[in-house]
Design a binder for this molecule. Structure first.
Ligand code: AHR
Length: 660
């Protein structure tokens, strides 16, 4: 007893010390970023050469997005499927297996539920068997059966329609209620019966019902219940909202958040998700195509959750097409986090990559192009970029494997641009590549100071693909605050100015379902019914005019170590604009004077957009989703005096219209 008390006291003291150390670290970090703090106004001048003749074209594909299946970005996120573990495969192949998150309605005296391997689908044999055993007085009036809560509750909205599809088999007649209900089943939001004779369902039969909700609940569940004794097998139970983007299965609100970033490319499906902790759990694209019912699903062992792979290889290309973004497919390089394939044995992986490319862009009569065509897209998808692996450069067989992929792909598809995992920013690559992948996660201040990191990169050789960047770390970036976003703004301005050697840029990760946080911070945060953009999301929106624009030569004068700025010219709706973007990464007010030379017409200030907040540590939340979001104002400013005030810790853009 005494010993326990001592240990408790000891533990409490340790915790106190850790707490104090943590608080000091937090204080120190904020103090450091607040180093520039005084009441004086500071002055900087941006000298801009506004003539397009001396400007430099910014790549058409500079700003894009990176979608990884992490934080339930797809399963329980963008992919609108409401049922989780729809094929009962998540519990593994040894039977009887766990059916989580399915649960049983009824007790041992009325129902027994097990899994067996009787499915009609070859690649996913597990099915659910319900023995309904109600005694002579019958089943409870509400029936017995199973329910699925979806991904932490289904968002069911009044007046909307939901298509439920399931496969069923029975030794007798069936009468099954398919219902959407409140989270505890007490309130029915929609219900239909599936009634069939034994002769019809003695073999696996597909059934579909359309449910129209008469109420709203964002924590709803799907119930399959009956009051009839007998054996019923169920498999591949899906509930899809009818209202998804173009009917393509993407959750509308999350899709819109991506559209608003005007992404010029989309990198997918990972990240570490592509690698797997083990190769057996990596993303194998062939397992994710064809009829959804026949996909086996897989356990993503890096982010530790099951996906039914409704969002598969085809759907990623469809997503890219719907976004008007160039697809960038990342495939496994024969490397996972724990095991690797030697170069001597890599050919099956190379063939898998070639087949995956053929699936995307082969004609409808080719072996894999025909699979795509059968899925409803006879026209090839425009795949022009592939990445060989993710963060694998240091691994023993990476370079050997890479060369096999590179040579085979260039031979079959000379126009495809190939992205290497090895960093070419400080020294030339020792192997051929069109781009090299560059990832950076670091505290906000460090990221801000990396805005010049590509200034000295060799102008020859492959360009950088900064496919993952974010200010990260506690308390510095926390769950995604203004400080992190401003660090990123500085970094991005540097990338924009170095877009002769940086070809593509995307933030990571894109999405977070708050019910399963695997990585913080993220750009878009959501649950079943709500969402918001973090300040990092909004910073990206400042760059929507940049891809394909012209970078104007600009220089900063004055004490500007905490100010970064850029100038571009672009066209919109037939008009010519100049845009100045500037970030102030200090707790001081800065007056920025813009001096322009080389103008061939008059300019008038049109619009100012500002991102800031009362405290640099502020974050958005479900209850205050746009506390930190760009504020737009119409500007009136005389041509000869383009001066604007940068509030402490703020990011601003100024649009100037060139008069014709
Ligand atoms: O973006 C989260 C992870 O960070 C990615 O999966 C990986 O590539 C990187 O380490």
């Amino acid at each position: 007893m005494m010993d326990m008390e001592c240990s408790l006291k000891f533990l409490t003291s340790i915790c106190m010390i850790l707490f104090l150390l943590g608080s000091y670290a937090a204080y120190e970090s904020v103090r450091l970023v607040d180093a520039r703090e005084d009441n004086e106004k500071h002055y900087v001048t941006l000298q801009v050469d506004a003539s397009n003749a001396t400007g430099r074209p910014i790549p058409e594909t500079l700003f894009g997005i990176f979608f990884e299946e992490i934080n339930h970005a797809g399963a329980g996120g963008l992919w609108a499927e409401l049922v989780s573990n729809r094929g009962f495969e998540a519990g593994g192949q040894i039977i009887p297996s766990s059916i989580w998150p399915w649960s049983i309605i009824g007790d041992e005296s009325t129902i027994s539920v097990v899994t067996d391997r009787s499915s009609c689908f070859e690649r996913n044999k597990i099915a659910l068997r319900m023995e309904v055993l109600c005694n002579s007085s019958g089943c409870p009036s509400e029936g017995v059966g199973v329910y699925n809560p979806g991904y932490w509750g289904m968002n069911i909205e009044e007046g909307k329609k939901y298509k439920v599809t399931l496969y069923v088999r029975s030794t007798g007649d069936i009468d099954v209620s398919v219902s959407l209900t409140s989270s505890n089943g007490s309130l029915t939001l929609a219900s239909e019966q599936i009634i069939a004779l034994a002769s019809e369902v003695s073999k696996w039969t597909k059934k579909e019902v359309l449910l129209e909700a008469n109420g709203t609940d964002d924590g709803a569940r799907l119930q399959l219940t009956t009051t009839k004794n007998g054996s019923i097998w169920l498999d591949q139970v899906s509930a899809m909202p009818v209202d998804t983007y173009k009917g393509h299965g993407f959750r509308n609100d999350l899709f819109q958040m991506m559209v608003d970033l005007k992404p010029r490319f989309i990198r997918f499906p990972g990240g570490c998700y592509v690698e797997g902790a083990w190769l057996s759990n990596a993303f194998h694209w062939k397992e994710t195509v064809g009829a959804w019912e026949e996909r086996p699903g897989h356990f993503g062992d890096v982010w530790n959750y099951w996906t039914d792979d409704g969002l598969g290889h085809f759907e990623f290309f469809q997503l890219a097409e719907d976004l008007g973004a160039a697809p960038i497919w990342v495939f496994n390089s024969g490397n996972s986090h724990n095991n690797q394939v030697e170069t001597a044995s890599i050919m099956p992986f190379v063939q898998e990559a070639l087949d995956g490319i053929e699936f995307a862009r082969g004609d409808a009569n080719s072996t894999w192009g025909s699979v795509r065509a059968a899925m409803g897209h006879p026209k090839p998808f425009g795949l022009k970029y592939v990445a060989v692996g993710n963060e694998d450069c240091g691994k023993k067989y990476y370079k050997g494997n890479y060369l096999e992929f590179y040579n085979a792909i260039k031979k079959a598809y000379p126009d495809i641009k190939i992205i290497s995992n090895c960093d070419g920013s400080s020294q030339p690559l020792d192997h051929p590549a069109d781009y090299y992948d560059f990832h950076v996660y670091t505290p906000a201040k460090a990221l801000f100071s990396m805005s010049h990191m590509f200034d000295n990169t060799s102008r020859d050789g492959p360009k950088a693909f900064v496919s993952e960047y974010a200010a990260r770390g506690k308390p510095d970036a926390n769950k995604g605050n203004l400080l992190a976003a401003l660090g990123e703004a500085g970094f991005l301005l540097g990338l924009e100015k170095n877009s002769d050697v940086v070809g593509m840029v995307s933030y990571a990760p894109l999405f977070l379902n708050t019910n399963d946080r695997r990585w913080l911070p993220d750009a878009i945060v959501f649950n079943s019914s709500h969402l918001y953009g973090t300040p990092s999301y909004w910073v990206q929106q400042f760059f929507t005019e940049s891809s394909g624009a012209t970078l104007l030569s600009s220089t900063m004068e004055g004490n500007s170590s905490y100010v970064e700025a850029s100038a571009i010219s672009f066209q919109s709706n037939g008009s010519d604009y100049i845009q100045i973007k500037a970030v102030n990464f200090a707790n001081v007010t800065v007056e920025l004077k813009v001096k322009m030379t080389g103008l061939d017409s008059k300019v008038s200030a049109k619009k100012k957009k500002v991102l800031t907040s009362a405290s640099v540590m502020d974050e958005n939340s479900f209850s205050n989703p746009e506390m930190i979001a760009p504020q737009e104002t119409i500007l009136v400013m005389p041509e000869g005096n383009l001066t604007f005030v940068l509030a402490p810790y703020s990011f601003a853009s100024l649009d100037l219209l060139k008069e014709s």
